[in-house]
Design a protein around this ligand. Structure first.
Ligand SMILES: NC(=O)c1ccc[n+]([C@@H]2O[C@H](COP(=O)([O-])OP(=O)(O)OC[C@H]3O[C@@H](n4cnc5c(N)ncnc54)[C@H](OP(=O)(O)O)[C@@H]3O)[C@@H](O)[C@H]2O)c1
Length: 239
């Protein structure tokens, strides 16, 4: 088993929900966590306190801010061993009503931002012997959801960039992805999402903690594994 003890791992969108669970789970295994956030400063500070990490702010739709984020991580830690690309934009919309702004804002974070975070992280990892990247994609990147077409397209892109970068960055950097199904946090559930839960073979939604455990397994697992998309969806992708 690969030990996470002392490793520096950046988690994007780590202030709340799934990202927060990932940061805390990896810290519990001994990793030092760079807690990235955009607007949720107070929650990011709380996550950082809980996991003994440090906070970093950046708008991931902007490549200049992504470069600044990783420069700051290098300045404060001197190295980077892992990256979890978790931040994303998820908005329901009728594709007939979607605007250029809707399309661009979703792709700027989910796809362009993920790519340039991988690029900047990989450059940093290479300087200290390599590392691991885990991209949080989505079941929506593997199967279409009618009310989330631009999101699904962006996550299908994350699936392909995971495979492409796994090939390009081997042998010293592994790139894998977790594709969650429905992960719920107690807020009201729209009917289309509630329907997905009803047809999930395990007959429930997943939790942030379960995504975090899957990410941790990828970090601690065999370093021979790269370019893989692991569905964490209660069997929904089997239907
Ligand atoms: N929840 C689910 O059921 C589900 C299912 C499948 C896949 N996923 C994927 O799992 C990941 C986490 O899901 P989630 O529901 O926990 O996510 P979320 O709460 O919708 O978003 C996570 C974080 O992304 C950050 N973010 C958004 N725009 C940003 C920008 N321009 N720059 C920097 N950060 C930005 C936000 O940070 P701030 O709050 O700091 O602004 C936000 O807290 C996402 O990749 C999502 O697509 C989730």
């Amino acid at each position: 088993m690969n030990s996470l003890h002392g490793k520096v791992i950046a988690v994007t969108g780590a202030a709340k929900r799934i990202g927060r669970s990932i940061a805390i789970e990896l810290a519990r295994r001994g990793a030092r966590i760079a807690v990235h956030y955009h607007h949720s400063r107070a929650e990011a500070v709380a996550t950082a306190m809980e996991c003994g990490g440090r906070t970093f702010r950046a708008d991931l739709s902007r490549v200049d801010q992504i470069c600044g984020l990783f420069a700051e991580i290098e300045r404060r830690y001197g190295r980077l061993d892992g990256l979890v690309n978790n931040a994303a934009v998820f908005r329901a919309m009728d594709p007939l009503e979607a605007t250029e702004e809707d399309w661009d804002s979703i792709h700027a974070v989910n796809l362009k931002g993920t790519f340039f975070c991988c690029q900047q992280a990989a450059r940093l990892m290479r300087r200290t012997g390599g590392g691991q990247i885990v991209n949080i994609s989505s079941l929506g990147g593997l199967r279409p959801w009618a009310k989330h077409v631009p999101y699904c397209v962006s996550k299908a892109g994350v699936v392909m960039l995971t495979k492409g970068l796994a090939k390009a960055l081997a042998p010293d950097i592994a790139v894998n992805s977790i594709a969650p199904g429905v992960i719920h946090f107690g807020n009201e559930m729209p009917e289309d999402i509630a329907h997905l839960v009803r047809v999930t073979p395990m007959r429930r939604h997943g939790t942030g903690q379960e995504v975090a455990e899957a990410v941790r397994l990828l970090f601690e697992g065999p370093s021979f594994m790269t370019g893989q998309i692991v569905a964490l969806d209660g069997g929904l992708s089997l239907k």
